[in-house]
Design a protein around this ligand. Sequence first.
Ligand SMILES: [Cu+2]
Length: 239
Amino acid sequence: MPSSRSLILAGAAALALPLLAACGGDTDAKDGAAKIAITATDTTCDVAKADLPAGKATFAVTNKGDQTTEVYVYGEHDGAYTKVVGEVENIGPSTSRDLQVDLSGGTYEIACKPGQRGDGIRSKLTVAGGTKSDEDKKDEAAYDREVEVEASDFALEGLKGFTAKAGEKIEFKLENKGKTEHELEVFGPDGTEVGEVAPVKPDATGEAVLTLAKPGTYTFKCGIGGHADQGMKGTFTVR
Ligand SMILES: [Cu+2]
């Protein structure tokens, strides 16, 4: 796997060099760093560079697949690449979107997610050098990790066995696979609402970043109609 990846990268670099020379630096971003191309299809995710210097980086994502895609940059969290550093969503077929991130030294994973679901097609990114200011870190930590919840008529799945640490900021991503609107309301151990993913139409996705401040048993449900009583509810634990 690593060797075929290197071959792909070498091929991309060989193609990119004459193009860059011909455009005379057209692709340079404002801070002087060139954009890094990510070419996504329904089955591949080619990142033009696997090594970057610390600082701001702009990825130019082009979707050559048939499915709408999204691209995430993940940092390490408890030994796994689950911490969302940046993301760009809703990149339709034959369209391009930029993703800007501010990276400190370390290793990361880039994930293209054809169909905007799952763990995605991942590749490693190594960032050399500097750590960032506390201010930058605060901006970057928009949330610690995400959890995907699938709504159907009438169930909410994905939170079985989900646990979090008190104080964690979690992005709840609700994917509606049903034929009617659904939402996701989350309540803390004392029964007060922590927040919600607002109603999502069929075949659409919505998200909300919620801070799970207190330890205890949280409850969640779809608050639309009688959906909770039909099975769209459950609990998870924050320690
Ligand atoms: Cu519902």
